[in-house]
Write a new protein. Structure first.
Length: 723
């Protein structure tokens, strides 16, 4: 087919162009423009669409049985208000925290772009630096994806937007279209959602709280999993507003002091602490926009019936012990073999504003008291000590370089002589626990705790020997996971509050298949260690000295392991117990850290709550004894020393479990030697004391080298209060 005149002219032009030196640059420029158009300009939305809202769909969170817990409405709750109806301090607070030079610079902030470019080039990630105009474009016209392509579109549209609209109009659109969390889009909806009032009636303090939200609405929400972050962020906004001279020092101080009175969430939310905890996890994984507008269907591990039972039990007991200045309680119920959270009670009442009920104490860092001791003793068992290892419980002080020596005391203020590990742990005697940590070493105990799930312990040099008495802060979720390791025979199963997530199109985004056995988890301590600790904690006879035979720690005759913990200052009171099927962790105290009355101890406060919840869970179910693994033997030991009797060494005995190969270890010695004793009382005395004589007596030394006279007379310790 003959070429037409047009085609021939084009070919002739191209041939001539190729002969020129500037031909290739022109071609590359042309091709670059074509590619730029296809990838960037072709689908670039128009800034005139800034007032158009995109479609969204609600996300729903369910319990494990399909009961609806909460609906995150996808349809935007959005009402337009003119800039003249938005308080000046709301405008100024927003500018102060989001874009302090908004009225001075153009569509982009050059300094912010430089910071972002450095982050992209040298670290491969985008960071902040966007102007209010850029944020408006991103929220209303573009997706939330963090890519260079999206950033280029954002910059181009920002220039177009500022060419079309004046600064005041852009600020007005921003304040009306910015997401403030949940269904609240725009300052009017946010004002109604959080404070139950019109935007025009917002105070400076309230305005600064709302201005704090757009950067991370879920993280900073006062209705979220960490409401304390909302207050910190609000204070930062006020400080910036003051530094930029929008408000006076007097206004700044007054706004800081003004209490924020939030509107209550509707009663359409069930298990609010748990729901907000799950929402926070979802946002971290899928992003705010997907969670709030993506139509997700989320099935959680929560059992609403168990949740309601636990909530009612905690609320009733905390109300009963209010006389002891105990105003709050929290609890967690998990299935250790699968890591599923069956109940999460973050406070006695989520809507109790007087006592910060919206704070989820199961996620808060608190001191665990003696409830941390099982991890210390587990470390000792790993190192070769045994449940029969004796510790001398007598007055002792440990060097503390640069400070006064550390001299631990027991809860009853008395000393009990020789205490074998079983009885020291079961009765929560402090001095043997401190000695155990001294033998283990802080670093080794922290390594064991970390392996079992405690994530809050820091470098060993931050702590002293009081760590075994609760000197380091923990969270309840971590403690539940760690005690779950004992329940699982040494295997750690991470907590899994989310079972399944399905998107709005029916696609399964994630699904948790619980393991059929804990052995499919990660083995973090030996099975024998987990068994011996579980056996000690379920030994009701072993703990009779401190708790009595019929304390709340006993669930009939069922084999249930349990440990209490109360801090020395009575600020935190814990009870954590488990069977192979359940872990129940309970805390009682005050959110502000004020101490409770001394009546709240090991068998009051948290213990009755724990008892009632565990008893309810086990009702009608067969006993689940802890299974003795291979490599665990049982041998007779002397009741007084824990040593294994040999030929010519008769003593009253009891039976004890040992990890095979450790039964003859322990680092103790028992000898007959001359010592000074009081002639009248036959108690051990010091050389040179009046009325003394030298006698041959039986002396025992524990693994730390401390000595104790077994055959001397000793004053009997008085009955001790519960630890």
């Amino acid at each position: 087919m003959p070429e037409d005149k047009y085609t021939k002219k084009v070919k002739d032009f191209v041939k001539k162009l190729i002969k020129k030196r500037y031909a290739l640059p022109i071609i590359f420029i042309f091709l670059g423009f074509v590619m730029f158009y296809i990838s960037i300009l072709k689908d670039l939305p128009s800034p005139t669409r800034l007032s158009v809202n995109s479609a969204s769909y609600s996300s729903q969170i369910y319990d494990r049985n399909g009961e609806l817990l909460f609906t995150i409405y996808g349809k935007k709750n959005q009402t337009f208000v003119p800039l003249s109806s938005i308080p000046k301090h709301m405008q100024e607070a927003t500018i102060a925290i989001e874009d302090k030079d908004f009225y001075e610079h153009g569509p982009i902030d050059i300094k912010g772009i430089v910071r972002s470019a450095i982050s992209i080039i040298f670290y491969g990630r985008l960071q902040g630096g966007s102007t209010i105009t850029q944020q408006l474009v991103k929220n209303s016209l573009l997706t939330q994806e963090r890519t260079i392509k999206r950033k280029v579109k954002e910059v181009l549209l920002s220039f177009a937007t500022e060419a079309l609209y004046p600064k005041n109009k852009i600020l007005e659109m921003y304040l009306n279209q910015t997401p403030y969390g949940g269904t609240a889009w725009g300052v009017e909806a946010a004002s109604q959602t959080y404070f139950g009032k019109r935007a025009k009636d917002l105070t400076l303090s309230e305005s600064s709280l709302l201005a704090a939200l757009p950067e991370a609405p879920t993280t900073y929400s006062p209705f979220g999993a960490h409401p304390e972050l909302a207050k910190k962020r609000q204070e930062e906004v006020l400080r910036r507003t003051y530094e930029q001279k929008h408000i006076s020092k007097r206004e700044f101080d007054k706004a800081l002091r003004e209490p924020l009175k939030y509107k209550n969430l509707s009663n359409t939310i069930k298990a609010p602490h748990f729901v907000l905890y799950v929402k926070d996890l979802l946002v971290k994984k899928y992003g705010e926009k997907t969670v709030e507008e993506g139509g997700l269907k989320v099935t959680t591990s929560l059992d609403l019936k168990i949740q309601a039972m636990a909530q009612a039990t905690i609320s009733a007991e905390v109300k009963r012990i209010k006389y002891a200045n105990a105003n709050n309680g929290a609890g967690l119920v998990t299935r250790p073999g699968t890591g599923e959270i069956l109940a999460m009670v973050g406070s006695r009442d989520y809507f109790d504003t007087e006592n910060d009920g919206n704070v989820n104490v199961t996620l808060a860092e608190r001191q665990p008291g003696s409830s941390i001791k099982p991890i210390n003793y587990a470390t000792g068992l790993i190192k070769g000590y045994t449940a029969a290892t004796p510790f001398i419980d007598q007055r002792i002080c440990f060097p503390n370089p640069g400070q006064r020596p550390y001299c631990p005391v027991n809860y009853d203020g008395r000393f009990h002589g020789v205490m074998q590990m079983r009885f020291a742990l079961a009765n929560s005697i402090n001095i043997p626990a401190v000695k155990m940590l001294k033998l283990n070493g802080l670093e080794t105990m922290i390594e064991t705790a970390s392996a079992m799930g405690i994530s809050t312990f820091e470098s060993p040099d931050r702590y002293g020997l009081s760590l075994t008495l609760g000197g380091g802060e923990v969270t309840m979720v971590d403690m539940a996971q760690a005690f779950g390791v004992f329940a699982n025979g040494g295997y750690k199963i991470p907590l899994h509050p989310i079972l399944k997530v399905v998107d709005g199109k029916g696609k399964v985004l994630e699904e948790y298949k619980p393991p059929s056995s804990p052995i499919f988890g990660k083995k973090v301590i030996p099975e024998g260690v987990a068994f011996i600790i579980s056996d000690i904690l379920s030994d009701n006879r072993a703990r009779e000295m401190a708790f009595g035979a019929n304390s709340p720690l006993r669930i009939g005759n069922l084999p249930v392991a349990v440990k209490t913990g109360t801090t020395n200052d009575f600020k935190d009171n814990w009870t954590i117990g488990f069977t192979p099927s359940y872990v129940v962790a309970i805390w009682v105290g005050n959110n502000d850290g004020s101490p409770m009355g001394g009546l709240v101890s090991g068998i009051t406060g948290a213990a009755p709550i724990w008892h009632d919840i565990m008893e309810n869970l086990l009702k009608g179910k067969p006993p689940e004894p802890f299974q003795r693994p291979g490599g665990i033997i049982q041998k007779a030991v002397c009741e007084d020393t824990g040593s294994i009797p040999g030929k010519g060494n008769s003593c009253k005995t009891r039976f004890e479990y040992f990890i095979l190969g450790t039964e003859f270890k322990g680092g103790i010695s028992i000898t007959n030697q001359d010592v000074w004793v009081n002639k009248d009382t036959q108690e051990m005395a010091k050389e040179g004391d009046a009325n003394t004589e030298v006698k041959k007596q039986t002396i025992i030394k524990d693994p730390t080298g401390d000595a104790y006279c077994l055959s001397c007379a000793h004053p009997s310790p008085s009955p001790s209060p519960s630890p």
